[in-house]
Design a protein around this ligand. Structure first.
Ligand code: PLP
Length: 365
């Protein structure tokens, strides 16, 4: 079976370097918020082209911490998309703010700007722009929209590690970016991890307090925070894996190129739009549209190819979110996308033979 992820097939060198990194942390006797975390925060922030990184427990907490550090909470609205991991919306909810859902463009799966404009009210404080599947697009226009309406741009970069457009990296366009290092991500740890990135020093300082019970100096708590700290072992492992990220991303992009070139003109399976620049899509997921998806999924299983759906149920169809405010014109594109999208394997451990087998399976459908 060709799987969506194959961690066990990673190079032996990564495994060895990971074990060395873990041993180093054990030897140090310091396990939470130490040198490894600080090092990795600095490395990741530098790569993103921002001043600060604040390591947190996961990507959802990075969203919550960013919003809370910006004083966005009860009574405030944050516009985002129903076509995302549930965590995007839950992060807004956890900050105490109200998520408002804008529709998407089906040719990318990304938020539609006209729909976002229809969602803006006097209570809107931020847009949480989700760089879905690894794509960043139209960033100048999003920055300009937020500027015009005096609202914050926060980027959900959980799927878009080091995606670049106009010479800038995901997470550096808005006031803050929220990264996840969940194992399946383009840069993932061996457990949960996340980071808020920003060039705003006051925001970073507040976020660093919030992640640690709201503590300023030891045992002094000027505000109520949470416990969401990236730990030393995960940070040490992330430093190891960071050295491989470029190579792995390039492999994902090469596989995507082969898919784009190799898919025959198909009546039932269609591609999403190509990225605006090569670097602007890091292919966390390679997603297609497929009519008659159930039959397609059965066909792929028969051909020993795993395929998944990101995401089968848009957020506003989830039981706790049925009444969530939304674009007054509805969320029809999100619903259409949810009904037809399908993700096929696109990970760095795939061989050319695997890629050819996936293509052959699709083309035979
Ligand atoms: C778009 C998006 N946002 C947020 C998250 C949350 O990240 P985490 O699982 O690390 O909390 C994820 C991960 O699933 C995601 O894909």
């Amino acid at each position: 079976m060709i799987l969506m992820n194959e961690f066990k097939a990673e190079p032996q060198e990564i495994r060895e370097a990971t074990l060395t990194a873990v041993a180093r942390v054990l030897e140090s006797g310091w396990y939470v918020l130490g040198k490894e975390v600080t090092d990795f925060e600095q490395q990741w922030a530098a790569l993103c082209g921002v001043q600060h990184g604040v390591g947190v427990g996961n990507g959802m907490d990075a969203i919550e911490v960013a919003l809370r550090a910006l004083d966005i909470g009860p009574g405030d609205e944050v516009i985002t998309t129903p076509m995302t991991a549930f965590a995007s919306v839950l992060g807004i909810h956890r900050a105490g703010a109200k998520a408002v859902l804008a529709d998407i463009d089906t040719h990318t799966g990304l938020m539609n700007m006209d729909s976002v404009k229809r969602c803006i009210t006097p209570r809107t404080k931020a847009i949480l722009l989700v760089h879905l599947y690894g794509q960043i697009r139209d960033m100048q226009a999003w920055v300009a929209l937020c500027h015009e309406h005096k609202i914050e741009l926060i980027e959900d970069c959980a799927q878009a590690h080091y995606a670049r457009i106009d010479g800038k990296v995901a997470g550096s366009f808005g006031r803050a970016g929220a990264y996840s290092f969940y194992p399946t991500k383009n840069l993932g740890c061996v457990g949960d991890g996340g980071m808020m990135v920003t060039s705003d020093t006051a925001l970073a300082e507040r976020a660093a307090r919030l992640r640690n019970y709201g503590q300023s100096v030891r045992y002094s708590h000027p505000e109520l925070g949470l416990n969401s700290r990236l730990d030393e072992i995960q940070a040490a492992i992330l430093k190891v894996r960071l050295a491989w990220m470029d190579e792995f991303t390039a492999r994902r992009q090469a596989i995507a190129r082969q898919y784009r070139e190799g898919l025959v003109n198909h009546s039932k399976v269609t591609l999403l739009a190509a990225p605006q620049e090569d670097a602007a899509h890091v292919y966390h997921l390679f997603v297609l549209h497929c009519q008659d998806r159930e039959a397609f999924l059965r066909h792929m299983t028969e051909h020993k190819v795993q395929a998944l759906i990101h995401y089968p149920i848009p957020v506003h169809h989830q039981p706790p979110c049925l009444d969530i405010p939304r674009d007054p014109q509805g969320l029809r594109q999100s619903e259409a996308h949810a009904a037809t999208c399908v993700s096929i394997p696109c990970h760095p451990q795939m061989s050319d033979t695997d890629v050819a087998a996936v293509l052959a399976a699709i083309n035979a459908y």
